[in-house]
Design a protein around this ligand. Structure first.
Ligand SMILES: N[C@@H](CCC(=O)N[C@@H](CS)C(=O)NCC(=O)O)C(=O)O
Length: 191
């Protein structure tokens, strides 16, 4: 089993956290570099990481990779509530990836523009809900939704995308898991 991705991607990291203890190879790609981009394009027309190669299959999209892995390892499926939690986590993640790419393109994402405003509004409403859920200890079990949330939050801190001071329960959740060996091993700062 080969997981293709990068050390910094939060979508890759959640899968690496889930794969902890299972035998797999981690193939690092720099998807902005020409040679690795060719590898990416040959496997995945959406040009995004992560991708998983296993048993003659190439699976892309972290959500589908997760479903593939749960079927393979007989882990029970997520509840609909947990699926919604993941959707909320993904909404923040996707909006922040887009804003990050805009910033890297030299755009000022603090401008009062519809696109930026819609992303910021979604990030704010979604983080508010995740904060409430964390305060209710809904991420207390270190399962896939918690792994995805941790990966998102630590990427936000790593890239200095947002101040998280308004989200004390999310910060407490992070502090609770920082010392885990698998968390340290997948730290984006190791890139
Ligand atoms: N829905 C996808 C999103 C993956 C994604 O956005 N990955 C980012 C890295 S964090 C990426 O490959 N971005 C490349 C691009 O947007 O061109 C998943 O869950 O795997």
């Amino acid at each position: 089993m080969i997981l293709y991705g990068s050390q910094t991607s939060p979508y890759v990291r959640r899968i690496r956290l889930f794969l902890t203890g299972l035998p797999y190879e981690f193939s690092k790609l720099n998807i902005l570099e020409a040679a690795d981009r060719d590898v990416l394009a040959a496997m995945n027309p959406t040009l995004r990481i992560p991708m998983l190669e296993d048993d003659g299959h190439i699976i892309f999209d972290s959500g589908v990779i997760y479903r593939y892995l749960t079927a393979k390892t007989n882990v029970s499926a997520l509840s609909w509530y947990q699926e919604n939690q993941l959707t909320v986590i993904n909404a923040v993640n996707d909006s922040l990836v887009m804003l990050f790419q805009c910033s890297r393109s030299g755009l000022d994402t603090n401008e009062d523009k519809l696109f930026y405003n819609l992303q910021r509004e979604r990030i704010s409403t979604s983080l508010f809900v995740l904060e409430q859920q964390a305060a209710n200890a809904e991420f207390a079990n270190w399962r896939y939704p918690a792994m995805a949330l941790y990966s998102l939050l630590d990427w936000i801190v790593f890239r200095e995308l947002l101040e998280l001071d308004d989200y004390p329960a999310l910060l407490a959740f992070m502090a609770q898991h920082t010392q885990q060996p698998m968390v340290a091993a997948t730290d984006p700062r190791l890139a």
